[in-house]
Design a protein around this ligand. Sequence first.
Ligand code: PDD
Length: 288
Amino acid sequence: MVYVNGRFVPPESALIPVTDRAFLFGDGVYEVIFGRAGRFAFWDLHMSRLARSSAEVEIPILQDSATWLSVARQLWNDAACTTGSLYLEVSRGVAPREHHFPEVVQPSTVAFVKPAAEPEPRIAQGVRAILLADQRWLRCDIKSVNLLPNVLAREQARRQGAREAILVRDDMLTEGAATNLFVVRRGELWTHPANHLVLPGITRHVVLEEARRLGLAIRLEPYARADLSQADEIFVTGTTSHLLPIAEIQGEWQAPGPGVVTSRLHDAYMTRLARELDVAPSVASSAG
Ligand code: PDD
């Protein structure tokens, strides 16, 4: 089932009018939340980010966290999967095509569950990445459905046999097309500061908390592309990819295997995720 504007309908009947502003302008915001057996990881953090994204672009969101949770529960009960991601989107709704906001905004709301593989408890072998110019706008902190540069970057990566495209703006590495980026150099953990140039990833946030708990030295600074050859370990983070080591970046950088710091953070994150999925709001515990 898919949730569309208050109704649960089969996917083939889950329709949005062509005059919806998400379709015409990419005028909407979204979230992707990892779940298992009807429990959702880092729910409150995702809800806060959704509220922030919508406030920044002035799309009113009528549902509160409890309403979303009840929608999520119903979708999960219906879905034939144990592990998956919950997708939520709110657009500025249906209106005649004018760029400026409609006089009366009635947001469109969509939610569905997509099956995902159970996260591997052991760290994966690294994946390949490519480098591409960051062609996005200057409000990458907003989780907007306007993802054309991200889509083009991921397609370039796929065509070159790589899993992720690492984006470069002004000679600095910002983030992946759909992940945040971390670099380890001489024991220090670098990641871009959470400003307008990157998405404040929930996985990034949790990994940084774990890094602090482990006493790692953290540098919230952009990492220069010119210093790539000096990086000891590189990994990316995201709700569906969790913590993924990078093995090779288009011949410019290579790692023999997942590094020590990456492995420690991977294990810490996985423990945290498992705990989170044990205590997070669940189908069973919040039924009724
Ligand atoms: N993408 N940066 C970008 C540009 C992203 O699109 C994402 C997530 C992340 C990681 O954020 P988080 O840890 O909160 O998932 C960073 C989602 C999963 C997507 O669009 O499918």
